[in-house]
Design a protein around this ligand. Structure first.
Ligand code: NAI
Length: 680
C-alpha cells in the first residue's frame, strides 16, 4: 500500500497522505513524506507544495500503535525540518482533523488552510504527554503565550473559525479545499516559517493568570506543568534550544507511569465501546420515548434532543408532565445562554420534543427508556403494560440503578429487546452509560445500544444484570469502608481530604451529601431483615437520616450547609462518638495514607469479586466505568490499573488493612487473577 503519493498540479506539488482510517502519522507516513519532499526538492520547476489528507481527514494524530514503543526514524521533527529546509513554501490543506502530531506538522508548514468543518489542536496533555514536535514552540508564535497555555493545557479541539480567529490557521475554505489552498499558496510571496517569527510580547501578569488557571484545571499533573514550562521557554530561549528541550521532555514523559495509565484508558475506552461478536449490527434508532420526566428522565431526554433525536416524553399525569417539560426547557435555555447551542438548534430541539401524559404514545418509538421511581412493583407494572403497546422491533430499556432487570421483566414479552441503560446524574453531562445485559438480551439489541451511546457522545460499558451493576456496587464498597474509617477514628473531612488528595473529584461524604443520604437509607432498611448481624455495620448514616440530616437538600448531612458552604459540624462528631462507643471502638488517629490505602483497597477487592462473577466483561471496562462515572482520577488509569502498578508488597499490605478492618465476614476477592486478566 502506498501511504504517501504526490502529483503535480501545474507548478504545485500536491502530496497526499493516505493511511486509513484517520491518516495517523505512522512511521510509513513520516518516511513517505521525507522521501516525497526529497524528490520534490530536485525539481526546480515546482514552486510550492501542498500536504493534504486522502479521505475525511488530514492527520488525526500520531499512530497509537507506536505509543510506548521506541520511535523509529525518521521522527516527526525530522519531517518538519525537511519542510522548513525546502526553499519553496509548503501549505497544509486541512480537512477533518489535524490533531497532535498532525497539527504540529501543519505548524511546520508556511501556510494552514482548513475546511470550515475542520478541527485542530494539541491534545497531548490529555494523554499524559507534551507536544514533542515543536507544538509548544510554534503555537505561541502564532497565538501568543497566554492563549497557547490555555489551548495546550486544556487539550481542546478548536473549530476552524475559532482557530482562524486565534491565528492557528490562516484561511478557512468554504469551497474546494485544494483549490482554495492552491490560491492561498500562490498569494504567498515566499517562505513564512513560524520558526523565524518572534513570540509576540505579552503581559507577564496575563501569562501568570493563564498559567494558574490552566494548571488548576489540569489538577497540576506533570504533563500540564511541563507543557506550560515549555511554552514559557518559547519567549525566554532561542528557538532551537527550546525545541531541543521540548523533545527531551517529550522523550522522557512518553514513558512515564502517567502516560502509560492514560494510554491504558485510551485503549480501554475503545474496547469498552465494542461488542465481542462482530455479527450483530444493530438497528436504526431515531425516535425515543422517555417515561418519567423527573431528575433522570429530563436529563436523558435533553441528552437525546441535543444529539438530534426526536423525543416523546411520557408522564403519569399532567402536573408531572408540565414539571418535566419545564426541566428540559431549563436545560436547553442554559445551553443557549452559555453559547453551547445556536438559536436554530434551540428551536429544533424544542420542536423535536413531544410531551404527553399517555403511555400509548410509546408505540411510535424505536427505543423506550423508562426512568420512573426506583420501585420494583412500579417498574414491573409499567413493563407489562408496555409489552402490549410497543412493536416487536422496539427496544425497551430501564434506567434502574440497582433493581434486577430479569425480575422486572416478568410480564414483558420481548425479552431479547430488553436491557438496562443506566445513565448517571446529571444524565446530559455525565459521560458514562452502563449498558446492562439481562439474561435474554440479544447481541443485536446490545449493538444498537452501543451505537446509540456513540451518537450521544457517551462512554458505554457493558455490565451483566447484577445488583448495582459495575459502578454502584464498587462505589458502595468504597462508601462502606469510608464509614468504617470514621468509626475507627477519622473524621468525614479527613476522609474527603485524603481522597480528593489522591485525585477523586469529590470525597465520599461530600458525594453522599450531594446525592442525598435517604436513598441508601431506604435500601439499608429494605435489607435489614436479611443482613448478617455479625457483619460489621456502621449506624452513623442511619442516625443522621433519623435526625433529618439527609444531605445538601436538607441543609445538613455529614456537613453543615447553613453558611452556603460545606462545614464540619460538631453535631456529626457527636453521632460518630456515640457510634464508636456503642461498637466498643477506641478511636485512633488515622493518617491520609491509611485512609487512601483502605478506601482504594476496598474498591479493588470488590472489583475482584465482581469480575470473578462475570459482572464486567474485562477488567479494563471497570477502569473506564470508575473514571467516567465516579470521578476516579484518570491519570491513575482506574482502580485496576492502579492496583496492577503497585509494588506487590504494597498491594498485599493495602488488602490486608482492608481485611482487618472489615472483620471476620470479609470476603477476599482474587486480586491476582484480576490483575493477570488485565495484563492478557
Ligand atoms: P424522580 O423521582 O426524580 O422521577 C421519577 C419520575 O417518574 C417522576 O416524575 C414521576 O412522576 C414519574 N413516574 C412515576 N411513575 C410513573 C409511571 N408509571 N408513568 C410515567 N411516569 C411515572 O426519580 P429519578 O431520580 O429521576 O430516578 C428515576 C430512575 O432513575 C430510578 O430508577 C432511579 O433509580 C434511576 N437513577 C437515578 C439516578 C439519580 O441520581 N437520581 C442515577 C441513575 C439512575
Amino acid at each position: 500500500m502506498i501511504v504517501i503519493g504526490w502529483a503535480r498540479h501545474a507548478d504545485i506539488a500536491v502530496v497526499t497522505i493516505d493511511n486509513p482510517p484517520v491518516n495517523a502519522g505512522s512511521h510509513a507516513v513520516r518516511s513517505g513524506l521525507v522521501a516525497a519532499l526529497a524528490e520534490i526538492a530536485t525539481q526546480p520547476e515546482i514552486k510550492g507544495v501542498i500536504l493534504i489528507g486522502a479521505g475525511k481527514t488530514f492527520i488525526g494524530g500520531s499512530d497509537i500503535r507506536e505509543f510506548g514503543q521506541p520511535l523509529a526514524d525518521p521522527q516527526l521533527p525530522a519531517v518538519i525540518d525537511a519542510i522548513e529546509a525546502l526553499p519553496i513554501p509548503v501549505a497544509a490543506a486541512i480537512r477533518g482533523a489535524a490533531l497532535g502530531g498532525g497539527y504540529e506538522l501543519a505548524l511546520g508548514c508556511d501556510l494552514r488552510v482548513a475546511d470550515e468543518k475542520a478541527v485542530v489542536g494539541l491534545p497531548e496533555v490529555s494523554l499524559g504527554l507534551v507536544p514533542g514536535a515543536g507544538g509548544t514552540q510554534r503555537l505561541p508564535r502564532l497565538t501568543g503565550v497566554p492563549v497557547a497555555i490555555d489551548l495546550i493545557l486544556s487539550a481542546r479541539r478548536i473549530s476552524a473559525p475559532e482557530a482562524q480567529s486565534l491565528s492557528m490557521i490562516d484561511v478557512v475554505s468554504t469551497d474546494d479545499l485544494l483549490e482554495d489552498t492552491i490560491s492561498a499558496l500562490r498569494r504567498l510571496a515566499g517562505k513564512r516559517r513560524i520558526a523565524d517569527m518572534p513570540v509576540p510580547a505579552f503581559d507577564p501578569a496575563e501569562a501568570k493568570a493563564a498559567y494558574d488557571k490552566a494548571i488548576a484545571r489540569a489538577k497540576g499533573r506533570p504533563a500540564a506543568q511541563q507543557a506550560a514550562q515549555l511554552i514559557l521557554s518559547a519567549s525566554e530561549k532561542p528557538f532551537r534550544e527550546a525545541l531541543a528541550e521540548e523533545r527531551a521532555v517529550f522523550q522522557a514523559i512518553r514513558i512515564s507511569p502517567e502516560a502509560f495509565a492514560y494510554r491504558h484508558l485510551f485503549f480501554a475506552e475503545r474496547d469498552a465501546a465494542r461488542l465481542d461478536t462482530a455479527a450483530a449490527s444493530g438497528s436504526k434508532i431515531s425516535r425515543i420515548a422517555v417515561i418519567g420526566a423527573g431528575t433522570m428522565g429530563a436529563g436523558i431526554a435533553h441528552a437525546f434532543l441535543s444529539s438530534g433525536y426526536h423525543v416523546i416524553l411520557i408522564e403519569r399525569d399532567e402536573p408531572s408532565l408540565t414539571a418535566g417539560e419545564a426541566r428540559i426547557a431549563g436545560l436547553r435555555e442554559q445551553d443557549f445562554k452559555r453559547g453551547r447551542i445556536s438559536e436554530a438548534a434551540r428551536q429544533a430541539q424544542a420542536h423535536a420534543l413531544t410531551a404527553i401524559a399517555a403511555l400509548d404514545a410509546a408505540k411510535d418509538a424505536d427505543l423506550v427508556i423508562e426512568a420512573v421511581f426506583e420501585d420494583m412493583a412500579v417498574k414491573r407494572d409499567l413493563l407489562a403494560r408496555l409489552g402490549s403497546i410497543v412493536s416487536r422491533e422496539t427496544i425497551v430499556a430501564t434506567n434502574t440503578s440497582y433493581l434486577d432487570i430479569d425480575a422486572m421483566a416478568e410480564g414483558f414479552p420481548q425479552l431479547k429487546r430488553l436491557l438496562g441503560l443506566h445513565f448517571f446524574s446529571p444524565a446530559h453531562v455525565m459521560k458514562l452509560l452502563e449498558i446492562v445485559r439481562a439474561s435474554a438480551t440479544s447481541d443485536e439489541t446490545l449493538a444498537t445500544a452501543l451505537s446509540v451511546a456513540k451518537r450521544l457522545g457517551k462512554q458505554p460499558v457493558v455490565a451483566k444484570n447484577a445488583y448495582g451493576f459495575i459502578g454502584n456496587r464498587i462505589y458502595a464498597a468504597y462508601r462502606r469502608h469510608a464509614e468504617f474509617l470514621i468509626q475507627d477514628g477519622a473524621t468525614p473531612e479527613a476522609v474527603d481530604r485524603a481522597m480528593t488528595g489522591f485525585g477523586m473529584a469529590m470525597g465520599p461524604f461530600a458525594v453522599a451529601d450531594l446525592s442525598a443520604l435517604d436513598i441508601a437509607w431506604r435500601m439499608r432498611k429494605a435489607q435489614a431483615a436479611t443482613r448478617d448481624p455479625s457483619a460489621r455495620y456502621v449506624d452513623i448514616p442511619d442516625r443522621l437520616c433519623e435526625a433529618g440530616r439527609l444531605g445538601r437538600k436538607t441543609g445538613a448531612g455529614y456537613y453543615d450547609y447553613s453558611s452556603g458552604k460545606a462545614q464540619a459540624d460538631p453535631a456529626v462528631g457527636a453521632f460518630i462518638a456515640a457510634s464508636r462507643q456503642a461498637a466498643g471502638i477506641t478511636p485512633r488517629t488515622i493518617g491520609d495514607e491509611e485512609i487512601c490505602a483502605r478506601c482504594l483497597g476496598a474498591m479493588v477487592n470488590e472489583v475482584a469479586l465482581l469480575f470473578a462473577e462475570g459482572v464486567a466483561r474485562k477488567p479494563s471496562d471497570i477502569d473506564v466505568a470508575m473514571v467516567h462515572g465516579y470521578g476516579f482520577p484518570r491519570w491513575t488509569g482506574g482502580p485496576v490499573w492502579w492496583s496492577a502498578n503497585l509494588p506487590d508488597d504494597d498491594l498485599k499490605s493495602v488488602l490486608a488493612q482492608v481485611a482487618a478492618a472489615e472483620g471476620p465476614l470479609f470476603r477476599a476477592g482474587d486480586v491476582d487473577a484480576l490483575i493477570s486478566a488485565l495484563k492478557q
